[in-house]
Design a protein around this ligand. Structure first.
Ligand code: HEC
Length: 438
């Protein structure tokens, strides 16, 4: 039930759900599986959102030829549970965007590869999935691209790069779906897209339409402010993260006259290149009842000792108002190991909502299968564990004491989470606490 529900929610325009009924999804492979009847439906529902010619991952897994040529790798990647990528501990929570395969689906792919990848009858194939080009959301109503490309050198650290782009919106706009699409994803460690309303002071004297970094800004206030803002976010992107796709009645608010500010964290790969990231927006067809805002639980005052292999950092916060919890996006750097979100009840009892076995290369969004209403005063806790030992293959320097910082050899501890609040309430109003009623 969980998997069927998850597949429905990830792929609201999927026509191919019927296949589940005709074949066992658990308890063993289909006998003599064929590509068209048994394999293609799995690839469509669990792989093609990344593996298609215009998608972000190679190899494409659309045609019979694609799959046959990669049959051995498909078998290995699903048997070893490297693919599809997913890092939530299955003991906690149910996730709308969980792409995991059932044991039966894995067995089907393995049996098919071992039978030398038979094609079967093309008449058995489900309808091809209709993608809007590279978008995993429907064709956007508006695409906004960074006006100027950013040059990425072959090596070294790159300061966060910003680009300010006016939306040109002459009316207040509700955005129901949004996806960030880098033109060169291999360089993008993260991208945060901020909404700067027309009256906000943030980076007011910074140039528009060209890339800049904080240290290159002339205005000292802007230089200082570049590193922190209370501006609302439109979306956070990292490899593996999902686009936002809210149900009818929920959307993000972009006031008329706002600018979008791209904050790009590029990392070098040994080869130089260029990136011009785009964002695609699908507008709400009618005004929503609820507004989606992104909040964060952040601890920026930790010190991870040299060689510590399981260093724990935590942070708590209580919700200032009622809100419906929608999803999570944990963010750490190279020493990230585990991340957890909990609700701490008044007596101290801890309920774990999400536990992630963190992987630096895959920073995923975890979207609740069932949004959860929370009362004002609910205490949320985020806990991170860091591995600063030699055992961590990504660790650049086990002898360093590690503190908060922008670069990937510094650390971060941010538990982003999305909530829905009444449409008329903005992020600042949400933080106004009502006096406690006795
Ligand atoms: C969220 C996006 C995403 C999904 C979903 C996904 N993949 Fe991948 N896959 C990738 C990326 C990105 C790479 C490249 C990995 C790398 O460079 O480390 C990759 C690599 C691979 C590779 C080649 C390298 C290897 O690990 O063997 C195979 C084969 C593969 N995926 C199969 C699959 C199959 C089969 C599915 C579905 C059952 C799937 N993937 C689902 C993103 C995805």
């Amino acid at each position: 039930m969980r998997i069927a529900l998850a597949a429905l929610l990830i792929f609201p325009f999927a026509a191919a759900m019927g296949f589940v009924a005709g074949h066992p999804t658990d308890g063993g492979p289909v006998r003599q599986p064929t590509f068209y009847r048994d394999v293609l439906p799995i690839l469509q529902d669990h792989c093609q959102q990344c593996h298609r010619p215009e998608g972000t991952a190679r190899p494409p897994l659309v045609s019979y030829k694609d799959a046959k040529e990669n049959a051995g790798d498909i078998r290995d990647s699903v048997e070893q549970k490297r693919m599809p990528p997913w890092f939530a501990d299955p003991r906690f929570g149910h996730w709308a965007n969980d792409p995991s395969l059932t044991a039966g689906q894995i067995a089907t792919l393995v049996a098919w590869a071992e039978a030398k990848a038979p094609a079967g009858d093309p008449a058995d194939a489900p309808a091809a999935r209709a993608w809007a080009g590279a978008w995993n959301i429907p064709q956007p109503d508006r695409v906004i691209q960074m006006p100027a490309p950013v040059f990425i050198p072959p090596k070294g650290e790159i300061e966060y790069t910003y680009e300010i782009v006016p939306t040109g919106f002459t009316t207040d706009t509700w955005v129901q779906m949004v996806q960030i699409l880098p033109s060169a994803p291999q360089y993008v460690h993260h991208a945060v897209l901020y909404i700067r309303p027309p009256d906000a002071r943030w980076l007011r004297n910074a140039p528009r339409g060209v890339p800049f970094t904080a240290s290159g800004l002339k205005d000292p206030q802007d230089r200082h402010d570049a590193h922190g803002t209370d501006s609302d976010m439109l979306l956070v992107y990292a490899p593996g993260s999902s686009p936002d796709r809210w149900p009818d009645g929920m959307a993000r608010f972009v006031p008329a006259g706002s600018d979008l500010i791209f904050q790009m964290h590029y990392t070098t790969t040994g080869r130089e290149g260029m990136d011009r990231t785009s964002v695609g927006l699908v507008f709400s067809k009618s005004p929503p009842e609820r507004r989606v805002i992104t909040l964060q639980l952040t601890n920026s005052s930790f010190e991870i000792p040299p060689r510590a292999d399981n260093y724990r950092v935590e942070v708590h916060g209580s919700l200032p108002n009622d809100a419906t919890l929608l999803g999570f996006f944990p963010h750490m750097h190279l020493r990230g190991k585990e991340f957890e979100y909990n609700i701490v009840a008044p007596g101290g009892r801890v309920e774990t909502l999400l536990h992630v076995h963190y992987h630096f290369h895959w920073q995923m969004t975890y979207r609740l299968a069932e949004p959860r209403p929370l009362r004002a005063g609910t205490v949320l806790e985020a806990v991170a564990w860091f591995d600063n030992s030699r055992k961590n293959p990504h660790n650049p320097d086990p002898d360093a004491t590690v503190r908060w910082g922008d670069q990937t050899d510094d650390e971060m501890m941010v538990g982003f989470f999305d909530v829905a609040v009444p449409a008329s309430m903005d992020k600042w109003q949400f933080f106004v606490r009502k006096p406690i009623q006795q």
